[in-house]
Design a protein. Structure first.
Length: 300
């Protein structure tokens, strides 16, 4: 399919922009003059808050469909990870997952969120897993969607090659070119023009220095190690799902992570890597069901 959106897709994309405008970006100041940008809906619910962490080529706005569907019953928050949107990048040029998890801790502290259901997509799953391993008492349930495992357990040669290839592509293409070249890989053949336009819009807005640091994070991280540390702590409150047509974090790769976590893998039909965008009804149902199952875990 051509990277140039059709008139119908462009109109759908404009509609999505109008929809996400209902959940405007906010900023809070954290320690050391750092800023964290995020979007939020339904601040007054007594239900467990739901916190959403996006992947490497995305942002808080990508979760607009989940905001619309889930904020009627609970507080829903999505951050722009450090180095994305208006969020200050982590200081380290080659950060570890703990660097991002520490910022997540600061942000939740600032907002007074003591316990939540934490959802991470792709690279966001690496951050979510690190946070849950560091602060298990703060996480009532951990849901990982198409989790990226990271290359931290691979050889130095593999890690450097994967890192340098992605950095070279960023330097050559820039965010807009990256979106045109890479966004189609995020989706299955079943995705609508609207979903394709929305993934492209989100990817085109990444900040180069934030994306570069996230690329280093991907090279350094080892999600399987963090998940192994969580064995026995979550008792069914750790769940992994992946699209059947995900070619980036494949069902086979996600199965290995599920084994490390001693949990079962849920495979979603007719969905690619950005399943929560292209198959929003199915993924929103997964998130909602998981939140309700975690509701009894409000108390530590």
């Amino acid at each position: 399919m051509s990277a140039v959106p059709s008139a119908t897709a462009a109109a759908s994309h404009a509609t999505l922009e109008a929809r996400v405008a209902r959940f405007p970006a906010r900023q809070v100041e954290l320690a050391s003059q750092r800023v964290l940008s995020y979007r939020e809906a339904c601040e007054t619910s007594d239900a467990l808050p739901l916190v959403l962490l996006h992947g490497i080529g995305s942002g808080a706005a990508s979760w607009v469909q989940q905001f619309e569907a889930l904020s009627a019953s609970r507080r829903v928050l999505a951050w722009d990870a450090p180095g994305y949107g208006e969020s200050t990048a982590v200081p380290a040029a080659s950060p570890a997952a703990t660097d991002y998890a520490n910022v997540l801790y600061e942000w939740l502290e600032k907002l007074g969120i003591e316990r939540c259901v934490l959802v991470g997509h792709s690279l966001g799953a690496i951050i979510a897993g690190s946070f849950a391993a560091m602060h298990p008492q703060r996480v009532a349930g951990l849901l990982l969607l198409s989790p990226a495992g990271g290359y931290g357990a691979a050889s130095a040669e593999v890690r450097e090659t994967k890192r340098d290839q992605r950095l070279a592509m960023l330097n050559e293409l820039g965010p807009q070119g990256l979106a045109e070249k890479r966004s189609a890989n995020m989706l299955s053949a079943h995705a609508s023009d609207e979903a394709r336009a929305w993934v492209r819009w989100n990817m085109s807005r990444v900040i180069p220095h934030g994306y570069a640091r996230a690329t280093h994070l991907l090279a350094n991280a080892d999600l399987a190690s963090d998940l192994a540390r969580l064995k026995g702590r979550y008792n069914g409150r750790l769940h992994i799902a992946v699209g059947a047509d995900d070619t980036i974090t494949t069902p086979a790769a996600c199965e290995r992570l599920a084994l490390a976590a001693d949990t079962q893998l849920q495979v979603v039909p007719r969905a690619g890597h950005a399943g929560y965008i292209e198959a929003s009804a199915a993924y929103t149902a997964i998130i909602d069901t998981f939140c309700r199952a975690s509701a009894g875990q409000r108390s530590q």
